[in-house]
Design a protein around this ligand. Structure first.
Ligand SMILES: [Fe+2]
Ligand SMILES: [Fe+2]
Length: 461
C-alpha cells in the first residue's frame, strides 16, 4: 500500500481547518468564555501552521540535494521488492527515497503504480494571491486572446472519415492502408501521446489546485477560471482526435489502451507544484512546449512515412500546443516583471525537482515500468528526447531573459546562476541517455498486442 499523504498523514491546513470553532456572540453582560477558547485555539492553530511551514521548508531543502535530471534508474516495485533497471526516463520525477513517502508494499487498484513524492501544499505566501487578483484585467487582455473562438476551431471530425456519409468505407480503408505503413514503435509513441492527452481531467484538476487562479465554483467569471475552462475545452479535442484515429487504424489494442487511460486518470499526477501558481505556470509553460515538440515530431515521422493525413492530425494538435505555450510563457514573463525574485526562485525550484511528464504514473495492468518503456521508445525514435528537455529549458531561459535579471536578493542570484548554468550540465547527460536508450532490449507493449518494440533491431520510424 502506498501512502500518498505527507509523512504524518495529515495536512497542516486540514488540521487547522478542522479545529476552527464556530463563533457565537456572547449574551449581554456575560463573560466571553469563547474569547479564551478562541485564543487557545488560535495559538494551537499557529503552532500547527508553524510546524507545517517548518516541515515544508525542511522537505524543500531535502529535495534540493536531488540530481537535476532523472537519467538514473527509476525505481519500480513488484511484490514489495524495489528493483532498479537502467533506463532513460525523460520525465520521471521519482528521485531519492528521501523525498518519497511509502508505506507497505501491496499495490492498490486505485493508487498510483509507483511511489509519489511527499505532497507539499500551499507554498506561496498568502499575500501573493493579491498579485493574481490584480492581474485579472491584464489576463483578460493578454491571455484570453490566445484562445480561439469555438466557431473558428478545428474539430476531430474535420480529420476523420465521415461515418455518416455514403463513402465512409473508402475513407476508412484509405486510413487503414496508410496506417499499415507505420511501424509499431511509431504507434507506441502515438498511443503514449494520446493517453497523455486523454488524462485531461487530471490537468484541469491540477490547474484548479493553484491558489489565487483556481476556478472556485466551476463557472467562475474570473479571467483565470475562464482560461482554464476554455483551455481544457481546446485540449479535449486532442485526445478525442488521436483516440478515434487509433481506433479506426486497427493497429492497436484499444481495450488495453482504454484500461491504461482509466488507470492513469485514477492515479493522477505528481507535478510538485504545491498549489503555487508560480510553480504551476512554469510547469505548464514547459509542458506545452514539450507537447508541441512531441506532436510536431510524430507529424514529421508520419510525413516521412508518406501518411500526410496523419501528419496533418499531429501537426494541427502541435499548433494548439504552441498557442498554449505562448499564453503560459506570457504569464510567467509577467511574473518575472512584477516579482523577479519570487519567480526566479520558483523557476530554480521546479528545475531542481525536475519537470515530470504528466503521464508518468501510467500503467496498463501489466507493465510496472510502462512509462519508462514508453519514454525509451520515444527517446530512441526521436519523438521526445533528453535533448528536447535541455532545448526547452534553454528556450525558456532565453524567453524570460533570466540571465538579464537585476536587483535580485542573494537567494535570487543563486537561483539565477543555477538556472543559467543548468543547460550545459543537462547536455552532458544527453549523450549518455541516448546511448543507454540504444542498448535497451525490446519490450512487449500490450498497446500493440504484446508485440516487442524498441531496442536493437526494432523497426525505426
Ligand atoms: Fe494537448
Ligand atoms: Fe496544450
Amino acid at each position: 500500500m502506498w501512502l500518498l499523504l505527507n509523512s504524518a498523514g495529515l495536512s497542516p491546513l486540514s488540521a487547522s481547518r478542522s479545529l476552527a470553532p464556530l463563533w457565537k456572540e456572547p449574551p449581554k453582560g456575560q463573560k466571553d468564555n469563547n474569547f479564551f477558547f478562541l485564543k487557545k485555539q488560535e495559538t494551537r492553530e499557529k503552532k500547527i501552521k508553524l510546524w507545517g511551514d517548518w516541515r515544508a521548508m525542511a522537505l524543500r531543502l531535502a529535495f534540493r540535494v536531488e540530481p537535476f535530471l532523472c537519467f538514473y534508474p527509476p525505481k519500480s516495485r513488484r511484490n514489495g521488492h524495489v528493483s532498479r533497471s537502467p533506463t532513460v526516463s525523460m520525465a520521471s520525477t521519482i528521485g531519492s527515497s528521501s523525498s518519497t513517502a511509502k508505506v507497505g508494499s501491496q499495490k492498490k487498484s486505485f493508487s498510483p503504480p509507483k511511489e509519489v513524492h511527499v505532497q507539499v501544499t500551499h507554498s506561496m505566501p498568502p499575500q501573493k494571491i493579491e498579485i493574481f487578483q490584480s492581474l485579472e484585467d491584464w489576463a483578460e487582455n493578454n491571455i484570453l486572446v490566445h484562445l480561439k473562438p469555438v466557431e473558428k476551431c478545428w474539430q476531430p471530425q474535420d480529420f476523420l472519415p465521415d461515418m455518416s456519409s455514403e463513402g465512409y468505407e473508402v475513407q476508412l480503408n484509405e486510413l487503414r492502408e496508410r496506417a499499415k505503413e507505420l511501424p509499431d514503435d511509431y504507434f507506441v509513441c502515438l498511443v503514449g501521446d494520446m493517453i497523455t492527452e486523454e488524462a485531461l481531467p487530471t490537468y484541469q484538476t491540477m490547474l484548479n489546485t493553484l491558489d489565487g487562479v483556481r476556478d472556485e465554483t466551476g463557472a467562475s467569471p474570473t479571467s483565470w477560471a475562464i482560461w482554464t475552462r476554455a483551455w481544457t475545452a481546446e485540449e479535449n479535442r486532442h485526445g478525442d482526435l488521436l483516440n478515434r484515429y487509433l481506433y479506426l487504424s486497427g493497429r492497436v489494442d484499444m481495450r488495453q489502451i482504454e484500461k491504461t487511460i482509466q488507470y492513469l486518470i485514477g492515479s493522477g499526477m505528481d507535478p510538485r507544484t504545491e498549489n503555487n501558481p508560480y510553480l504551476g505556470f512554469i510547469y505548464t509553460s514547459f509542458q506545452e512546449r514539450a507537447t508541441f515538440i512531441s506532436h510536431g515530431n510524430t507529424a514529421r515521422h508520419a510525413k516521412e512515412k508518406g501518411d500526410l493525413k496523419l501528419a496533418q492530425i499531429c501537426g494541427i494538435i502541435a499548433s494548439d500546443e504552441k498557442r498554449h505555450e505562448t499564453a503560459y510563457t506570457k504569464i510567467v514573463e509577467k511574473l518575472f516583471e512584477i516579482d523577479p525574485d519570487g519567480t526566479v526562485l520558483a523557476f530554480a525550484d521546479m528545475m531542481r525537482k525536475k519537470i515530470s511528464m504528466p503521464a508518468h504514473l501510467m500503467y496498463d495492468g501489466r507493465d510496472d515500468n510502462l512509462f519508462e518503456h514508453f519514454s525509451s521508445v520515444a527517446q530512441r525514435l526521436g519523438v521526445y528526447t533528453a535533448r528536447d528537455y535541455a532545448d526547452i529549458l534553454e528556450f525558456l531561459v532565453d524567453r524570460w531573459k533570466v540571465g538579464e535579471l537585476t536587483g535580485l536578493s542573494g537567494e535570487g542570484k543563486k537561483a539565477q546562476d543555477y538556472v543559467c548554468t543548468l543547460v550545459p550540465r543537462i547536455r552532458r547527460l544527453e549523450e549518455r541517455a541516448a546511448g543507454r536508450a540504444k542498448l535497451k532490449p525490446k519490450v512487449p507493449f500490450s498497446w500493440v498486442f504484446d508485440r516487442e518494440v524498441g531496442g536493437e533491431g526494432s523497426r525505426e520510424g
